[in-house]
Design a binder for this molecule. Structure first.
Ligand SMILES: [Zn+2]
Length: 124
């Protein structure tokens, strides 16, 4: 089994509704997002999935979040734009990309709210 990952980032503002602390106030993060792909079969070049292709697909999704006020996005009008919820949103959008086929699939999405704080989402 092979596993590979690419990292990208976006900048956006949010606040956490009903949070008992500073995060209830509007603030921003430089969000770092890591997409982890997994598979057992390599192509004729010996590649699981091209880093460049995976990063490009990830960036298309992150463009939607970049320089946004996340609480105002449709998907976050009812649930909080936490790193957890962002990771699942990004996973759900990226996992259906046509770049995944055969045994190669998206394994997980990691969202770093800061360099030292990270959430990983993967399906059960
Ligand atoms: Zn925050």
């Amino acid at each position: 089994m092979y596993e590979l990952a690419v990292k990208s980032e976006f900048e956006a503002a949010h606040f956490i509704r009903n949070y008992p602390g500073k995060c209830a106030r509007l603030h921003g993060h430089n969000w770092i997002v890591e997409a982890v792909a997994q598979g057992s079969e390599l192509n004729e070049l010996g590649i699981l999935i091209d880093f460049k292709v995976l990063k490009s697909e990830l960036n298309k999704i992150l463009d939607e979040f970049d320089h946004q006020y996340l609480n105002e996005l449709e998907m976050f009008t009812k649930k909080n734009p936490t790193a957890e919820n962002l990771a699942k949103e990004i996973f759900d959008k990226l996992s259906v990309s046509e770049i995944f086929s055969g045994t190669t699939k998206l394994k997980a999405v990691k969202v770093y709210e800061s360099p030292k704080s990270c959430v990983t989402y993967y399906p059960d």
